[in-house]
Design a binder for this molecule. Structure first.
Ligand SMILES: Nc1ncnc2c1ncn2[C@@H]1O[C@H](COP(=O)(O)OP(=O)(O)OP(=O)(O)O)[C@@H](O)[C@H]1O
Ligand SMILES: [Mg+2]
Length: 327
């Protein structure tokens, strides 16, 4: 006779696709009366590298914190490798590595001591741990600095150890929350190489960032998150193909006020204004631009700069929200 929790697990398995390593359904979270996740949905297949791309405050860390059981969602469901996050929390923790946005290391301990400490938290047997820690120190190019205290490390070196700490128990799934913020290019490249290696080894990865170049370079699929909602999702090609806008004409005006903006809106209503930069969304900038310039000249609107932006994740985001990713 299956007991109640088994029945629960069986139902969970039935309810979602076995193909998916991670399935997130209608996740909601509020802090006080501020709803910061408004129903997040996404699925990730085994071995996929999924990018959660969005500006400050979009809800990336809140999502990752829920997936790593640091926070509890108000509602919604999460399944990780056929396990239900609410009932099988410990089993999920054993197969998941988490790299938090805020570096979580002890400054007075050396890099090796930090790794030994974190490996202990993950219950890695001592001998295996020592071998794995040294292997990871080598992978992250820090073997010769392993006996230095973390307080003497650069930001980029700390980030590398922060990631290494999440890999000690050989997780099948890795959550990386903005792992390259505020670091030098050399550390960033090394981190990219390690992530690409882990991806090659078919570890399932969620990577949050507000850098579109990182999402474009690393991720198989991207979920664009803003204001607690996933507003677009797909491979880079799919996102570009589905975008009605192919190009954006970006004009910086010398003086922008309500009257001038009204004039521009009489030329095209679907424009967006950020300070004194106006964006015109178009499927054909070459044809549109001369008409626009001539309109501005006739209307007496002076501008300093014109740029044509090709569709990329940034312009897709701009079109969907009217905001820059790096607001
Ligand atoms: N513990 C908390 N209490 C109250 N509000 C919170 C808390 N944690 C997050 N928030 C709010 O929830 C929203 C989402 O925050 P979150 O940290 O998930 O964003 P993020 O996408 O990770 O942003 P960033 O790129 O800055 O890291 C923000 O408005 C934030 O102020
Ligand atoms: Mg964050």
């Amino acid at each position: 006779m299956p007991n109640v929790s088994n029945i629960h697990t069986l139902n969970s398995i039935k309810k979602h696709s076995a193909e998916n390593m991670i399935e997130v359904k209608n996740l909601k979270k509020s802090f006080g009366d501020r709803e910061v996740l408004k129903g997040i949905n996404f699925s990730i297949k085994k071995g996929e590298l999924y990018g959660l791309l969005g500006p400050n405050g979009a809800g990336k860390t809140t999502t990752i914190s829920i997936l790593s059981s640091l926070l509890i969602a108000d509602s919604g469901e999460v399944f990780i490798e056929n396990l239900n996050l609410r009932t099988d929390t410990n089993a999920i923790k054993r197969i998941t590595g988490v790299v938090p946005q805020e570096i979580a290391l002890y400054n007075d301990l050396t890099a090796l001591e930090n790794l030994m400490f974190w490996g202990g938290i993950y219950n890695v047997p001592k001998q295996e741990l020592s071998q794995k820690a040294n292997e990871l120190l080598q992978l992250f190019g820090l073997e010769d600095r392993k006996n230095d205290r973390i307080k003497n490390y650069s930001g980029g070196m700390k980030r590398r150890i922060n990631i290494a700490a999440a890999l000690l128990h050989k997780p099948k799934i890795l959550f990386l929350d903005e792992p390259t913020v505020g670091i030098d290019p050399q550390s960033r490249n090394l981190i990219f190489e390690v992530i690409e290696k882990l991806h090659h080894e078919r570890i399932t990865i969620i990577y949050t960032t507000h850098y579109m170049e990182e999402a474009e370079r690393l991720c198989d699929r991207i979920g664009i998150i803003d204001n607690g909602e996933i507003i677009a999702e797909g491979t880079l090609e799919e996102l570009k193909k589905n975008s009605p806008v192919k190009e954006i004409i970006s004009i910086t005006f010398s003086g922008m006020n309500n009257d001038n903006y009204k004039k521009l809106r009489s030329f095209r209503s679907d424009i967006k204004l950020t300070e004194n930069i106006v964006h015109f969304y178009t499927s054909d900038a070459k044809t549109e631009l001369p008409k626009l310039v001539s309109f501005c000249n006739q209307a007496g609107l002076e501008f300093n700069n014109i740029e044509i932006l090709k569709t990329n994740v940034e312009t897709i985001f701009l079109n969907l929200t009217g905001k820059q990713l790096r607001d």
